[in-house]
Design a protein around this ligand. Structure first.
Ligand SMILES: [Fe+2]
Ligand SMILES: [Fe+2]
Length: 267
């Protein structure tokens, strides 16, 4: 029996999140021996989008591929990363976005002889972006016969019901559905009846004493006065690390186990 282990980090938020993931990976790599490491980077650069500098920094930790979400285009200088030879084949953005945006919605990564299709989609509920229905979009993506061993989906969405329904919709057709975007981990990791691993949200990699990774006082102020929108990022303090370790039985083409990884790192 052949098993393949994937370590998937939820949204990494700013410098403090990058620092936490890079340091946590030194131990996690030894503890878990993952075959493939993936991270969501939509908030990587100052909490908004990506940059050459921040991706290069993460690359030093040996992350193989990156997914993203609705904020990934917000640092306009970082948009070049989607065409950069260093990342264009291992960085994906939501594939169901309607307006023309740079980047690709899926990619195939080969590690240890296993071909992995990585798909990124945005949800529709409580989201501002104009997107194709992710349920219909995934049918189009998975309909094409592709020479892959397994498919992973990062469903970047707000509503828990939309994510859970989506998990059941693709059960048996994808190896896993990883929820991202809310920055708060959920405790519902499970394997669905058809063999698809599922979690509603992996959670953030970023400041613990914060509001979804952002400076807590400015976030509270914004709820009191919605005209104030500028959220800073904490520079110091404890960092929460949230990831999922997924083990796939390649021969059976189904998930064998899904485990939540949570660590608190001193920042
Ligand atoms: Fe995010
Ligand atoms: Fe997001």
């Amino acid at each position: 029996m052949t098993f393949f282990k994937i370590l998937f980090f939820g949204d990494i938020i700013g410098a403090i999140g990058r620092d936490g993931v890079i340091r946590a990976l030194q131990e996690l790599r030894m503890e878990l021996s993952p075959d493939l490491i993936i991270a969501n980077v939509e908030n990587l650069s100052h909490g908004r989008g990506i940059s050459v500098k921040s991706l290069l920094e993460l690359d030093t930790s040996g992350i193989d591929a990156y997914t993203s979400g609705n904020h990934v285009w917000e640092n306009t200088q970082g948009v070049t990363c989607f065409d950069d030879p260093r990342w264009k084949d291992r960085l994906v953005r939501p594939g169901n976005i309607i307006s023309g945006r740079p980047g690709r919605g899926s990619t195939i990564i080969k590690k240890c002889g296993v071909r992995v299709l990585i798909i990124n989609l945005l949800g529709q509920i409580f989201m501002k972006d104009e997107v194709m229905n992710p349920f219909k979009a995934i049918d189009g993506i998975l309909r094409d016969p592709m020479d892959v061993d397994l498919a992973l989906i990062d469903l970047h969405a707000e509503a828990t019901s939309e994510k859970e329904a989506f998990g059941h919709y693709v059960d048996g057709r994808a190896a896993a559905v990883f929820g991202t975007h809310t920055h708060v981990p959920t405790a519902d990791q499970k394997i669905l009846p058809g063999g698809t691993a599922y979690v509603t949200d992996i959670g953030r990699n970023g400041a613990m004493d914060s509001v979804i990774g952002f400076e807590k006082n400015s976030a509270v102020t914004a709820f009191l006065d919605p005209s104030t929108k500028s959220y800073g990022l904490p520079k110091h303090g404890k960092i929460e690390i949230n990831a999922i370790l997924l083990t796939i039985n390649i021969d059976a083409k189904r998930a064998a186990s899904i485990d939540r990884i949570r660590k608190i790192v001193d920042g």
